[in-house]
Design a protein around this ligand. Structure first.
Ligand code: MSP
Length: 520
């Protein structure tokens, strides 16, 4: 393995009780963007996703379909696995919790927790929400119209009483608070961090970590009638995929502890409280960071099957195009905040930034080069102040500004910065008016077109993590070799070479017709 800096990023592993939707696509697209960004910035990246296949919720979903859970999970897991290439996701591995390598890791972790005195047998009575696969305290619950107890998430709870193994979570409160203090970035964004800290400060109860009423799970070592609680099983995926319990496995050596677990805000507690407590108790280093993103509503409403407004990832691709969808979800809402998905806003954003912004810049420049410069990268004379100002933005500011934001998952702000350069380049072409220079000063026209083509090269490199396919087309059109597409190549040393033959230009970001217009 190379000696480049390593970067390990994970998505949550998705429950297989349901088909993939916008929420799953969102987390995965964001992680993919970060993984690509880090690769372009010369890191060795490991990017993991997968499916969470055990637990009561999945068992019930299989029963409802009248098939055995393994057949059921094989099918649904495959729909996730098939989806990711369609969204151009570059995960390095896909872990399933029903795989042997994973079960082995869970049992090894369990044994460590037993050996360190963190697990004991007792009996349990408490309120459990199957939908959330989580327990709630009596004080957290409300009662609905049907007289059922309801968790803060809206999920109905049932009273559960059984023999259970417990994890001594109550013993880890101070260590967790210490972890958050010593690593102020451990939980991001900051508002979420404060929520977690007050939850831990309010006192942690021991956690029931096994089930006897359920068979669909990883068997607890030496306790044949117990299976593990689905969350201890699920969280372990982050290390089982790297080869744990073999701590000398090359992937484990290189990539653990993870740089970041990206999760939705609803599952932050599991990742920022339970998981680091399990790890510390087992003597395993703790991940560096958890980033919790917000939730999408659809045209102001919660996404739900009963409302019938669930957006399937394929709907996004069909309506807007893949890169356009990736761009929209990352640009429209700051990562970490909740957002509302509106069809009109999607079209407006895609048309203004992609079609009229970057697309138009490329189209105007490249078609002029095709017509007036023999389809080759033009020569350039001495650069004027305006030329140098634009090129300096590319060489000196583009990547540092974007890196600063993307490294914090501030994709929206990072893209806003990149589009300042797109707009500056469009303003430059308007002011320089190469179509007029064509008649008055061909040498100057060539210089202007050169500066624009070089700006497109730099922009194309910069946006690859977000709109990979379109960026590749853009870079092909200015004939950038495949091995010259890293951020480090945004420098005058790698500038376009006069005389290089360019392919015939084709539009990269078409304008999208609003659906009503399409029908009409
Ligand atoms: N299986 C657990 C995770 C285990 S990780 C060790 C799980 N799975 S899930 O399929 O229910 O959810 C996966 C992710 O999708 C979560 O991060 C959740 O926040 C995200 N989303 C589900 N609906 C969403 C929206 N409407 N909007 C944005 N993300 C949402 O939880």
């Amino acid at each position: 393995m190379s000696d480049k800096k390593s970067y390990y990023i994970t998505t949550p592993i998705y429950y297989v009780n349901d088909k993939p939707h916008l929420g799953h696509a969102y987390t995965t697209i964001a992680c993919d963007t970060m993984a690509r960004h880090k690769r372009l910035d010369d890191y060795d990246v490991y990017f993991l996703t997968g499916t969470d296949e055990h637990g009561q919720k999945v068992q019930q979903a299989a029963e409802a379909k009248g098939i055995d859970p393994q057949t059921f999970t094989d099918e649904v897991s495959q729909t996730f696995r098939n989806l990711w290439p369609r969204l151009n996701i570059t995960n390095d591995d896909f872990i399933r919790t029903t795989e042997d390598r994973h079960k082995k890791a869970c049992q090894a972790l369990w044994n460590k927790l037993v050996e360190s005195g963190n697990i004991y047998l007792d009996s349990y009575g408490g309120w459990y929400a199957v939908r959330d696969e989580a327990y709630y305290g009596e004080d957290e619950l409300t009662t609905n119209a049907a007289g059922k107890k309801v968790a803060p998430s809206g999920a109905e709870c049932e009273w559960v009483e059984e023999e259970s193994y417990f994890f001594k979570l109550s013993a880890w409160g101070d260590k967790l608070l210490d972890l958050y203090t010593k690593n102020p970035d451990f939980i991001q964004p900051d508002a979420r961090r404060n929520e977690v800290i007050s939850f831990v400060k309010s006192g942690l109860r021991d956690l029931s970590v096994s089930r006897t009423r359920l068979t669909w799970g990883v068997p607890v070592p030496n306790a044949p009638n117990h299976v593990m609680y689905v969350w201890i099983d699920a969280l372990t995926n982050y290390i089982s995929a790297l080869g744990y319990p073999d701590e000398s496995a090359p992937l484990y050596q290189k990539f653990w502890p993870a740089n970041v677990h990206v999760v939705g805000k609803d599952i932050l507690r599991f990742h920022a409280v339970y998981w680091p407590a399990f790890l510390m108790a087992a003597g395993i280093p703790v991940q560096h960071k958890v980033f919790a993103h917000g939730w999408w509503t659809i045209e102001g409403q919660k996404m739900s099957k009963s409302v019938g407004n669930v957006i399937a990832p394929d709907d996004l691709i069909n309506n807007y195009g893949l890169d356009q969808s990736r761009y929209f979800v990352l640009r429209e809402v700051p990562f970490g905040n909740d957002g509302d998905f509106s069809h009109d806003q999607a079209i407006a954003r895609i048309n203004s930034d992609l079609a009229n912004g970057f697309g138009n810049l490329a189209q105007r420049t490249l078609s002029m080069i095709a017509k007036n410069c023999d389809g080759k990268v033009p020569a350039h004379g001495v650069f004027t102040k305006d030329d140098t100002a634009l090129l300096d933005e590319c060489y000196k500011n583009l990547i540092p500004n974007m890196r600063k934001e993307f490294d914090k998952f501030a994709f929206s702000r990072g893209l806003e910065g990149i589009w300042k350069l797109v707009n500056a380049a469009n303003a430059y072409i308007d002011v320089q008016a190469p179509w007029c220079l064509k008649k008055t000063d061909v040498t100057r026209m060539e210089t202007v077109l050169y500066v624009l083509a070089e700006t497109i090269r730099c922009l194309g490199i910069a946006v690859q993590s977000v709109v990979p396919e379109s960026a590749a087309k853009m870079l092909d059109q200015v004939a950038v070799p495949m091995d010259k597409r890293q951020y480090a190549h945004i420098s005058p040393d790698n500038a376009l070479v006069t005389g290089t033959e360019l392919p015939a230009p084709t539009g990269v970001f078409p304008r999208i017709q609003p659906i009503d217009e399409k029908v009409a």
